[in-house]
Design a protein around this ligand. Structure first.
Ligand code: ATP
Length: 197
């Protein structure tokens, strides 16, 4: 998966709609302190399904919405769109477009290629492509020290993500839940059948 474009509106300091094109090769983002460089990386993690407000440097998830300044009123929503090139033979037929939008008091909503989906579906899309909100490929400030100090179990999670198998954990949990529900149903059925005999 190759990220091609990022569109932000009302996200943190990006109050006006802004578009960042990511061309092949190395892309550098430069600017003075506090101009929003880290906010861009956070926008990528956020649209990939980040659920921790703390890791977005906020107290609650609505803190990603433009909070206003002395001269500009706050916004009611924030939206980030990520466009990526994917395997032409894969499920998204070459281009993937993921949108996450949050409205005050209404929480987050996601769309993948124009279809409403759940947060879990978005996480799986990126996990299957060996990336995601917690991918070690997204190196934020302090992250290198955190990787060095990581416990073996945390390192294993990073390796699983790099190998593209992180999504299997979610699928296994889902399958286990379905299995338990089926076992409960079977036990009830057996009770009912023995009552009829
Ligand atoms: P540095 O080079 O110092 O690390 P940076 O370019 O990475 O800085 P960021 O940390 O991305 O800058 O941006 C910080 C700016 O974003 C601050 O000016 C902060 O006020 C602004 N900001 C963060 N959240 C919001 C919000 N919800 N509404 C408005 N502005 C916000």
């Amino acid at each position: 998966m190759q990220i091609r474009r990022l569109k932000l509106s009302g996200f943190k300091s990006f109050v006006e709609p802004a578009e960042l094109r990511i061309e092949p090769g190395l892309t550098g983002v430069v600017g003075p302190n506090g101009c929003g460089k880290s906010n861009l990386l956070e926008a990528i993690r956020w649209v990939m399904g980040e659920s921790s407000a703390k890791s977005m440097r906020g107290a609650g998830m609505e803190d990603v919405i433009f909070a206003g300044t002395a001269t500009r009123p706050s916004r009611g929503f924030a939206e980030v769109m990520l466009t990526a090139d994917t395997d032409p033979d894969g499920p998204f037929g070459g281009e993937l477009e993921v949108v996450r939008r949050i409205e005050r008091g209404a929480g987050s909503a996601y769309r993948v290629n124009g279809r409403d989906v759940r947060a879990k579906d978005v996480s799986l899309v990126f996990a299957d492509a060996a990336t995601g909100a917690h991918s070690p490929a997204l190196v934020s400030q302090g992250r290198i020290a955190a990787v060095i100090a990581a416990k073996p179990a945390e390192r294993r999670m990073m390796l699983e993500e790099a190998a593209g198998i992180a999504g299997l954990h979610v699928r296994r949990r889902d399958a286990e839940q379905k299995l338990r529900a089926t076992e409960t149903n079977l036990a009830r059925l057996e009770d009912l059948m023995s009552g009829l005999e």
